[in-house]
Design a protein around this ligand. Structure first.
Ligand code: EPU
Length: 340
């Protein structure tokens, strides 16, 4: 029997640790729990809201919904051949634990995505990416359940329409499915991706000539810990904004005023990606604290709750940053974090 709580505080389940109440709340441990929850929501005519690791969600108002914390865990090798492994992973697994398992087995593909908070089920929603790699490169397919009908649907990688921090689940399929499990395609032998400068430099420093996936994961872990605050110590949601993509012509103009402006190529034709952290730093917010919140001193892209922040403090901070960046650069920042 699924235990359902009424008027439940969500702060403990969110890495930003800002409170809001769920009308109803339950923790899912298996598929049967999910279907029980679905029945309950139907009877109460309430929508369902799925919460994974809570590392990319900020809830700024009480929600009239049945909130389900996904703790459906487990993984198994679905099939393999001499070159590849198809790993099936339940959506409530911790992404970090999955990466640790994968590199401990010597599988290739997840090492650059080490030390990212959150659950496996959240990875396709925002197509997590870091240090030269993206979830889309290892993704095969997923099984989801329709939150209205309970019907199962298999999504191929193509059907998920993955882009930079984007997928169908952030657009037309938003809030419509419970992602139940994923299949990842990992490699038994492959070239490691050392394209992100700091990874190669750190390998050299450590004297590692023939790195293995676990070496890359360790180095990524070290780079991340030097820039990104641990949410258990300083509550935060990782990158708060997306890196904006602007037209090449707009970029060339900006470059005239700021020759040092860092940039990345974008997958979108004719567009250039600018690090939002740089824009926020230039707008004067790096390390600046406003009451209980502020932008982190080592990476201005991270909005930190220094203690006791309320939803309102977060909302005001977002507005402050967006307004100043718009004023200085005429660029609209878009939140990467899901704000409810
Ligand atoms: N920069 C600044 N000031 C800052 C932060 C960054 O000038 O305060 C400049 C850096 O000097 C550098 C550039 O911005 O030239 C890029 O910085 P960084 O390598 O730290 O990456 P990012 O673009 O800020 C993205 C992801 C991160 C991911 C890193 C590493 C987004 C929104 N964020 O950040 O993802 O770890 O690249 O690949 O795309 C996350 O999504 O939660 C996350 C941490």
């Amino acid at each position: 029997m699924l235990k359902i709580f009424k008027k439940h505080d969500l702060a403990p389940y969110l890495t930003m640790k800002v409170g809001a109440k769920a009308e109803y709340f339950a923790v899912l441990k298996n598929k049967a729990d999910f279907f029980e929850a679905l029945d309950f929501a139907k009877k109460k005519s309430l929508p369902i809201f799925i919460l994974g690791g809570g590392s990319n969600t900020v809830i700024v108002k009480n929600i009239k919904a049945l909130v389900l914390k996904n703790k459906i865990e487990g993984k198994k090798i679905k099939k393999e051949n001499s070159r590849e492994i198809y790993l099936e992973v339940m959506s409530g697994e911790s992404w970090m634990r999955l990466v640790n398992y994968s590199v401990s087995q010597g599988f290739y593909g997840l090492e650059n995505l080490a030390s990212i908070y959150g659950t496996v089920g959240a990875a396709p929603i925002q197509n997590i990416g870091a240090y030269g790699a993206e979830f889309s490169q290892v993704f095969d397919s997923l099984i989801a359940y329709d939150l209205k009908t309970g019907r199962e649907k298999i999504f191929s990688a193509k059907e998920c329409e993955l882009g930079y921090r984007d997928s169908i689940f952030k657009r037309k399929a938003k809030g419509k499915y419970f992602i139940y499990s994923l299949v990842l395609k990992l490699k038994k032998k492959a070239k490691l991706n050392l394209s992100y400068g700091a990874i190669g430099e750190e390998m050299k420093k450590r004297g590692i000539k023939n790195p293995e996936p676990k070496d890359v994961a360790q180095v990524v872990h070290q780079i991340r810990s030097s820039k990104l605050p641990n949410p258990a110590v300083l509550p935060n949601s990782g990158s708060f904004f997306k890196n904006p993509e602007i037209k090449n012509s707009v970029f060339l103009n900006l470059q005239k005023t700021y020759p040092e402006i860092p940039f990345f190529t974008s997958a979108k034709k004719g567009m250039i990606k600018i690090p939002a952290g740089w824009l926020i730093e230039k707008a004067g917010f790096k390390g600046k604290v406003f009451g209980p919140v502020g932008m982190y001193e080592w990476q201005a892209l991270i909005l930190v709750n220094y203690g006791g922040a309320k939803a309102w403090d977060i909302v005001k901070m977002i507005e402050r940053v967006k307004k100043e960046v718009k004023k200085r650069f005429a660029i609209d920042l878009e939140a990467e974090v899901n704000i409810i």
